[in-house]
Design a protein around this ligand. Structure first.
Ligand SMILES: [Zn+2]
Length: 150
């Protein structure tokens, strides 16, 4: 006859075995998972660039191309640098950008719908709200700089 006390060591052993199996399994899967992620990422990148090349801006008719992507990437880099110039002691969270590309002619923003591989226009209000919040954060970082000059 077993009591609750008899079962406890067995449960611990089983739990340890499960954890051990999970750790070993995860390590064995890494050589498969890492190349999978790398291949998937580069495939997605190629799909996105293809979608950009075949998409005309809904506002001005300009073909988007990679330059629309670069415009947003440069903008992101500039705002990141602006925040870095502020106080380095002030931590800021990265805000996910609601758009991935922006027309180089009229500034219409687009997000990528990965499942359907197409670019969907982002309303100007969404972009304006994001920009406002981003500027408020940059101002906060600059205030930090004024309080603690380097
Ligand atoms: Zn446009």
């Amino acid at each position: 006859m077993t009591t609750a006390n008899d079962q406890l060591p067995v449960d611990n052993l089983l739990t340890r075995a499960k954890i051990g199996l999970f750790v070993v399994g995860s390590l064995l899967l890494l050589p498969v998972l890492i190349p999978y992620v790398l291949v998937t990422e580069s495939w997605n990148e190629r799909r996105l660039r293809a979608a950009l090349r075949r998409t005309a801006c809904i506002t001005c008719g300009n073909l988007l191309t990679e330059k629309a992507l670069e415009r947003v990437q440069n903008e992101a880099e500039e705002s990141r640098q602006a925040m870095d110039r502020g106080n380095t002691a002030v931590r800021y969270r990265m805000m996910p950008r609601p758009y991935i590309a922006m027309c180089t002619v009229c500034g219409q923003a687009y997000k990528w719908v990965r499942e359907r591989n197409l670019l969907e226009p982002v309303p100007a209000e969404v972009v304006a709200e994001y920009t406002q919040r981003q500027q408020a954060r940059a101002a906060q970082a600059t205030q930090g700089e004024a309080l603690y000059p380097a």
